[in-house]
Every structure is written in structure tokens, then in C-alpha cells.
Design a protein around this ligand. Structure first.
Ligand code: ADP
Length: 450
């Protein structure tokens, strides 16, 4: 088993990992930038090492410093969390070369799934349905347009190296193609240093349904059911839930089997997510695989009773899966609202700053993952996720009622948050009825302007 773990991350996910380690008796080492010296993960870890200046490229993305901190502190493993180096194959390979256990899959698997265009081909070859689209990377608008014309509009242009909704554009008419391709490609180059693009048919009124999978090193793969992440703004998730109101037992079993097949086709190890789009006719299509723990993993934990981070640590240490597919039963319903430091009235402008006071909700079926505390200053250079509020109920209705209560209790002063906007989303009749797709948030926003 791992004896001492370095957490190459910050914020609530670093805190989440430290808590799992405590339960398993694993010592923890936090790393932090100069902007994070007062951060909660630094206080809670057994040891903490400063790795550089505030910008992530000077600290949380500095591989050599993180590896040095690992060796110097005597840690034998690194958990990368999400974001930062979590899907960086070079980092995973360097860990291996330094004899450090990387909590995640091997570098070549990260590469195979990290290029989203190549991942589509791997999945199609394994018989996993993919959205109709291009099979080769596209670098120029003109050849791209010819292909888009042949698929028929609308199409979506996406970055092969993409993530976080960046480098993506929906094109509804041929005359818009060239301009939108160029802006998407420029955005991809700026964000990922890679302007390799691909094109997919745009699926109207889709739901985003993703399956959590766990895989050990001995060929065993299970899925832990799905998360419905259709409540998104600009392709970024805002509310996630499990199970999805759109799936019955038969479709869940079918998609779950396909997700397991997809993970096997990738030769996958550790925890991962297979993302699908589900159209109105219940056709489903693979869109990408995430080779790391996800922000929204907690809703799966609530309905399965498993601890995904503890499972990741056990699997990384070479243990066999502790459950078989038959052991996994989804019970009840879980919901997560992401509370971001942002101002919905000002086009969701980030609004970090000093937390003057914070009152967190609680009670039966309420879970909060946050690294905030009163007096803490949220730095402006990292992401704006402030807290994840999760609720668990016997059914969807109960989980929503608990979430409404929890959001009403939540009070954070000193920063702006999207709490009231989340309340508004929950109050929409389509949300209550479970009739939502990835266009839901934009529709609500358009109504607001009426
Ligand atoms: P990222 O890795 O940047 O998050 P994804 O490929 O996971 O990108 O897509 C993010 C979101 O963009 C999806 O959840 C969905 O809302 C939208 N999207 C992506 N591809 C399509 C498509 N072919 N048709 C419709 N919507 C899409």
C-alpha cells in the first residue's frame, strides 16, 4: 500500500484526497504556491512544501519541483486530482521513471484518450457508437468546411486537445464555418498549444450522460452507473445528478456495458469516465474519456456507497477491484450544485476575494466539499469553484427538496456567488420534471432577458 502521498493539487479536491488518506492511514504532503500559503489543504496535510509563485505554470504545473518535493519528503505516490497535471502523460511517465506511483492510468493510456480525435477512432474500432464526424485531424478551415458540408449543419468544431469547453464552436450555417473554425482554432492554440481540430455533427437537445468506471491492473472493469451533467453553461457543468431521469434500467445496463467495453478498448487502469451524448430518440454516442477523478464524483459516491478516491489509491497500489458488477447497486438519488465565485448578473464574471463570513448548510443527506473558511482569501488566478453542495434523497424529488433547503441555508459574504442562479435553475418546471438538455441554462438565461 501507499505509505505517504503527495497531492499535486489545491482547493477542495486536495482536501478531499487528504481526508481519504487519513482514513487509510496514509501520510500526506501538500504542495502550494505562494498565493496558497493560507489554504486549507496546507493546514490539513501532515506536511506542506511551497513549490513556487502564484501562476500555475510557476507552481502547480512545474513537474520537476513537484517531483523534487515528492522525493525530498519521502512520499511514494502522487495524486494529481483534476486539472493541472492530472491528464499530462509526460508527468505520469516521469513519475514512473522516478519510481513514484502515479494515481491514475499510465502515460500511454492518457495519450491514447487525451487526443480526443484519436480517442473517437479507438472507440469506433471497438464498436462503441461515436458522433458522426471526422476521422483525421483538421488544421485548415477550407478542407474542414468541405467535410462539414458533407455531414450537414449544424456541426460542432472541437479541439483534439480540448477540455473545459475551450476551442469549441457550434456552426449552424455554411457561411459561418470559416470564421468560427478560425476562432476555435486560435482559442485551442492559446489554451493548449495545439490547434489540431475535429468536427462532429452537432446533436440537438442532447443530454450529457457519463459513466464512472473503475479498472484494476488484472483486467477487471466495472461501471458505477451514470451521472447526468446536462445543466451546463458554455459547455461547463453546473449541476450534476445520479441517476439520470432519462435512463431506465435497460438503457443503463446497455450503456454501462458499452462504457466497460470502451474502458477495456482503452486498456484502462484506475478511475475514469466515459462521456456520452444521448439524443431525444435515446441514441447515445461516445464523446470523450476523462482519465482522472472528476469534479462531480461525489454524486456517484452517494448513490453507490463507494469512496472513489480510496478506490483510486487502492487500485494504484496494485490491489484488485473490491467489487464486481453485481455488487454495485444504485440506491436513492444524488444531486450536486457547483457554487462558483462569480457574478451571474455580470455575465458570470469571476468574483474571488476575501471570505468575510461563511455559513454552510448541513443535516441529513447534505454533503459539502469546500476549502473555504472565514477570513480566507480566494486567489484570483485559479478556478472559481468555491464549494460543491451535494444532497442525497430516497428519490429525485427528495434530493431536490434537500438541495433547495441547503442553498437557502448557504451564506457566503465577501464574494459574489452563483447561489441564487442555482436556486432559480432548480425552481424551473423543466428541472423539476427532469426534462433538461444541454441547452437548458441558455434557455433560462434568455427568458431572464425577456
Ligand atoms: P470538454 O472536454 O471541453 O468538456 P466535451 O467533448 O466533453 O468537451 O464536450 C462538452 C460539452 O459540449 C458536452 O457536454 C455537450 O454539451 C457539448 N458537446 C460536445 N460535443 C457535442 C456534439 N457533437 N453535439 C452536441 N453537443 C456537444
Amino acid at each position: 500500500m501507499i505509505k505517504k502521498l503527495l497531492i499535486a493539487n489545491r482547493g477542495e479536491i486536495a482536501v478531499r484526497i487528504i481526508r481519504a488518506c487519513r482514513e487509510l492511514g496514509i501520510a500526506t504532503v501538500a504542495v502550494y504556491s505562494k498565493a496558497d500559503k493560507d489554504a486549507l489543504h496546507v493546514k490539513l496535510a501532515d506536511e506542506a512544501v511551497c513549490i513556487g509563485d502564484a501562476p500555475a505554470r510557476e507552481s502547480y504545473l512545474k513537474m520537476e519541483r513537484i517531483l523534487c518535493a515528492t522525493v525530498a519528503s519521502g512520499a511514494d505516490a502522487i495524486h494529481p486530482g483534476f486539472g493541472f497535471l492530472s491528464e499530462n502523460s509526460k508527468f505520469a511517465n516521469l513519475c514512473k521513471r522516478c519510481n513514484i506511483t502515479f494515481v491514475g492510468p499510465e502515460g500511454d493510456i492518457i495519450d491514447r484518450m487525451g487526443d480526443k480525435s484519436a480517442a473517437r477512432n479507438t472507440m469506433a474500432a471497438a464498436g462503441v457508437p461515436v458522433v458522426p464526424g471526422t476521422t483525421q485531424p483538421i488544421f485548415d478551415a477550407e478542407p474542414g468546411k468541405k467535410l462539414a458540408d458533407s455531414f450537414g449543419y449544424p456541426v460542432i468544431i472541437k479541439a483534439s486537445a480540448g477540455g473545459g469547453g475551450k476551442g469549441m464552436r457550434i456552426v449552424r450555417a455554411p457561411e459561418e464555418f470559416v470564421h468560427l473554425f478560425e476562432t476555435a482554432s486560435q482559442e485551442a492554440k492559446n489554451a493548449f498549444g495545439d490547434d489540431s481540430m475535429y468536427i462532429e455533427k452537432y446533436i440537438e437537445h442532447a443530454r450529457h450522460i457519463e459513466f464512472q468506471i473503475l479498472a484494476d491492473n488484472y483486467g477487471n472493469v466495472v461501471h458505477l452507473g451514470e451521472r447526468d451533467c446536462s445543466v451546463q453553461r458554455r459547455h461547463q457543468k453546473m449541476i450534476e445528478e445520479s441517476p439520470s431521469a432519462a435512463l431506465g434500467d435497460t438503457l443503463r445496463r446497455e450503456m454501462g456495458d458499452v462504457a466497460v467495453r470502451a474502458a477495456k478498448a482503452a486498456g484502462y487502469h484506475n478511475a475514469g469516465t466515459i462521456e456520452f451524448l444521448l439524443d431525444r430518440d435515446k441514441n447515445y454516442y461516445f464523446i470523450e474519456m476523462n482519465t482522472r477523478i472528476q469534479v462531480e464524483h461525489g454524486v456517484t459516491e452517494l448513490v453507490t456507497g463507494l469512496d472513489l478516491v480510496k478506490e483510486q489509491l487502492r487500485l494504484a497500489a496494485g490491489e484488485q477491484l473490491c467489487v464486481s458488477q453485481e455488487d454495485i447497486v444504485l440506491r436513492g438519488h444524488a444531486l450536486e450544485c457547483r457554487i462558483n465565485a462569480e457574478c451571474p448578473e455580470r455575465n458570470f464574471l469571476p468574483s474571488p476575494g476575501k471570505i468575510q463570513s461563511i455559513q454552510l448548510p448541513g443535516g441529513n443527506g447534505v454533503r459539502i466539499d469546500t476549502a473555504l473558511y472565514a477570513g480566507y482569501t480566494m486567489p484570483s488566478m485559479y478556478d472559481s469553484l468555491a464549494a460543491k453542495i451535494m444532497t442525497y434523497g430516497r428519490d429525485r424529488k427528495e434530493a431536490i427538496a434537500k438541495m433547495e433547503g441547503a442553498l437557502a441555508e448557504l451564506e457566503i459574504t465577501g464574494i459574489q456567488t452563483n447561489r441564487d442562479f442555482q436556486k432559480r435553475l432548480l425552481a424551473e418546471p423543466e428541472f423539476a420534471a427532469g426534462c433538461i438538455d444541454t441547452g437548458f441554462v441558455e434557455e433560462v438565461l434568455a427568458r431572464k432577458e425577456d
